[in-house]
Write a protein that binds this ligand. Structure first.
Ligand SMILES: *Cc1c(COP(=O)(O)O)cnc(C)c1O
Length: 380
């Protein structure tokens, strides 16, 4: 048995090696490294997979969020509602564009934006909502879209962790994460569920005018070369990354199945244990398990426990140790400890275990056994 890793990208590559190597070599031979055919092909294939009219590839998931906010015409001072418990990128671009992040508490079960608190945080200055589908499960999009419609707000879904997850509406309609709001954004960072061999991202929309604008902004604000109609950025997915992604896209549902199998095994081993809460599974969303995240009992010293796990050969991660409203960079928005008790407590108590598409049964058996004995020893 080799060393256990949080994510095993190498084994996944070795399984797909012939096809990926050929795709990369084809790009090199074509020398169309930027805006080559693979970029167009991948965008079309992702549109088809998501059942979404327009996919615009870009440089990474953070750019995708920024370009989305620029296209929606948010103006300085506009308030953008965003969960307090998320990865920093979501909030960073709001601040960068001179918009005001308004933090919203998260649901302690799903880790996603709390729609009751969302309603309370709306003011006449509110312009948009950025729900994040954290860890691979959709935020509760039906009430979110309803709140947005009632208050004339735009919705950008941060789908960096949940590409392929499906949300079911009360009328039975099923839609893929990222295709429900005005715009969806995602990341192809190597460890994401659909990951390339470097940086990559994409923006999704069903609105043709928005799609034109998004495309233009991602390309220096030009539609016709050297004619710049708006201020843009330079954000591209390169052909080699697109070629890799196009091979992996065919496997994405299989990847999700493998991850779910790992999660099911963990659930089975951990459910009923009073010292940990297993991930809640929403009725209206599938879970693609970008992360398998447990909540530890209050009595456990997480940092110490994590160290003990590490010593016993099991890596773990904390996503995320500090909520955004308590980060130094965001102090100026005037929030204090205690303002978002659920987010703060989750930051203190969550722990994520290894999960990936190539988990061997014997490795998972080892992780489960080691996790449980380390836990017993810790509380003894
Ligand atoms: C990874 C991630 C991003 C940013 O993606 P990059 O490609 O690294 O820029 C944004 N939001 C969430 C929730 C993420 O997990």
């Amino acid at each position: 048995m080799g060393k256990i890793q949080m994510v095993d990208l190498k084994s996944q590559y070795l399984r797909l090696k012939p096809e990926i190597d050929k795709a990369i070599e084809d790009v090199i031979m074509s020398t169309a490294f930027i805006n080559g055919q693979p970029v167009k092909d991948f965008a079309r294939n992702l549109e088809e997979y998501l059942d979404c009219k327009y996919v615009i590839p870009c440089g990474n998931g953070t750019d995708a969020l920024q370009i989305a906010m620029m296209a929606l015409g948010f103006a300085p001072g506009d308030e953008i509602l965003v969960p307090a418990f998320t990865y920093v990128a979501t909030v960073e671009v709001i601040a960068l564009l001179g918009l005001k992040p308004v933090f919203v508490e998260v649901d302690p079960n799903t880790f996603n934006i709390d729609t009751k608190d969302l309603k309370k945080k709306i003011t006449p200055k509110s312009a948009g909502i950025v729900p994040v589908h954290l860890y691979g499960q959709c935020a509760d999009m039906e009430p979110i879209m309803q709140i947005a419609a009632e208050n004339d707000l735009r919705v950008i879904e941060d789908t960096a962790q949940a590409l392929g997850a499906e949300y079911t509406f009360s009328d039975g309609t099923v839609k893929k994460a990222g295709t429900i709001g005005d715009i969806g954004t995602t990341s192809f960072f190597p460890s994401k569920n659909l990951g390339c061999f470097g940086d990559g991202g994409a923006i999704m929309t069903n609105h043709s005018e928005l799609a034109d604008l998004l495309k233009m902004i991602a390309n220096h604000g030009q539609k016709v070369k050297y004619h710049h109609d708006t201020i843009g950025v330079n954000s591209r997915l390169d052909s080699i990354q697109a070629a890799v992604l196009d091979v992996k896209l065919k496997e994405l549902d299989d990847f999700a199945r493998s991850r779910r199998q790992v999660a099911d095994n963990y659930d089975k081993a951990f459910q009923g244990n009073k010292l940990i809460s297993i991930p809640h599974r929403s009725e209206n969303s599938t879970h693609v398990f970008h992360q398998y995240t447990l909540i530890l009992d209050k009595s456990i010293n997480r940092d110490k426990f994590k160290e003990e796990l590490h010593k016993n050969g099991v890596p773990s991660m904390v996503y995320y140790p500090l909520p955004i409203h308590l980060q130094k960079a965001y102090e100026n928005y005037g929030f204090n400890k205690g303002d978002f008790p659920v987010s703060e407590e989750l930051c203190d108590r969550v722990i994520s275990l290894p999960i990936h598409t190539e988990m061997k049964e014997e490795d998972q058996t080892f992780i489960i056994k080691t996790f449980l004995t380390t836990l017993t020893d810790h509380v003894r």
